[in-house]
Design a protein around this ligand. Structure first.
Ligand code: HEC
Length: 311
């Protein structure tokens, strides 16, 4: 079937459909970018809060919990006991930045917040901080390229956002030379794990995970009454224009030209003269009308000639 032999209505419907598909594809690609932007901003907000919290704990070196540790928060780095003048002994448990962050992340990850986060490293001291394959890959990337501010990607239905944690002066106390480290760090983790860093090194990463926004999440926003109404209006305008602006007039023209061809030389053609119209169909109407006038004149001449012959 030759597509060029189809009616204008069929051809135009096809072109309209293809145009519509391309526009929808363009919109969906735009939404994909927008979605990543939205997720990135959400993840970055979480990471920034974590950085601020860690900086606050790092300022103190450790923050101390007074008295017994509550259920689920048993881990600590240093343990100090103070006996006051009345002989009452109080225990203090110290939590370093990473430990405090790990406990904060446990609280947040159980909450209704969409985002979950954790701190991890290729040289982890605590097994609970071991990186998964996405994090391992991201750590390699930020170590290889120090200019990289973040790594992002989609993984198993989640948006993942990874930001490097760089070593600062205050970190060297526990991540520099093990000889300078507080004895409790070496007691707990040994003198091998996560030592030997210099200022500016990538110590680890903050890893934020957000459930991906699927088309099913976005579709209700797109399929709102306003958008649907606009789409219906666009389709109606196109239909009306092709039906009455093109096809009906071309049919009238065909009928008129056929009538003239059959000898009906008085047939009136309704159109706007070319000097008042830029419409190409009007121009064809005019050309057919000129043709009819020429035929009229030619016929009159032939008739006259015949009369002359008879004489
Ligand atoms: C008081 C000692 C101390 C200081 C100061 C300290 N850290 Fe740590 N850091 C630790 C300990 C102990 C761990 C293991 C924590 C755990 O059990 O989750 C750790 C773990 C980490 C981890 C997680 C990966 C792992 O090893 O399990 C990162 C990342 C980290 N530290 C970065 C830093 C940075 C950056 C600084 C400076 C801003 C810093 N630390 C300062 C003691 C410290």
């Amino acid at each position: 079937m030759n597509p060029m032999k189809q009616s204008i209505a069929t051809k135009y419907s096809f072109i309209f459909f293809v145009t519509l598909v391309l526009i929808v594809a363009a919109v969906l690609l735009g939404i994909r970018n927008l979605k990543t932007n939205v997720l990135r901003n959400e993840a970055r907000a979480v990471a920034t809060q974590v950085v601020a919290f860690r900086a606050w704990v790092a300022k103190a070196g450790q923050v101390f919990w007074k008295g017994d540790l509550p259920e689920g928060f048993h881990d600590y780095l240093a343990k100090k006991e103070f006996t006051d003048s009345l002989g009452v002994t109080t225990t203090f448990h110290g939590k370093n930045p990473a430990l405090a962050t790990r406990e904060l992340s446990n609280i947040v990850n159980k909450s209704s917040l969409r985002a979950t986060f954790r701190v991890t490293s290729d040289q982890y001291r605590n097994d609970a901080n071991a990186p998964d394959y996405f994090e391992t890959d991201a750590i390699q990337q930020v170590k290889a390229n120090r200019g990289l501010k973040f790594v992002e990607g989609y993984d198993q239905g989640n948006y993942r956002y990874i930001e490097p944690i760089l070593v600062q002066e205050a970190c060297l106390k526990c991540h520099g030379d093990p000889k300078d480290a507080p004895p409790e760090v070496v007691d707990k983790y040994g003198d091998k794990k996560a030592f030997g860093y210099k200022v500016g090194d990538v110590r680890g990463v903050i890893s934020v995970k957000l459930p991906d926004l699927t088309l099913a999440d976005v579709l209700p926003t797109l399929a709102n009454p306003y958008s649907i109404s606009l789409l219906v209006i666009a389709i109606l305008i196109n239909l009306i224009f092709t039906r009455y602006g093109l096809i009906k007039r071309l049919r009238d023209l065909t009928e008129g030209a056929e009538a003239i061809a059959e000898g009906n030389l008085d047939r009136e053609l309704k159109y706007t003269k070319p000097d008042h119209s830029k419409d190409e169909i009007d121009h064809v109407f005019h050309a057919v009308s000129l043709l009819r006038n020429s035929m009229n004149i030619a016929m009159q001449r032939i008739m006259k000639g015949r009369k002359g012959d008879d004489l």
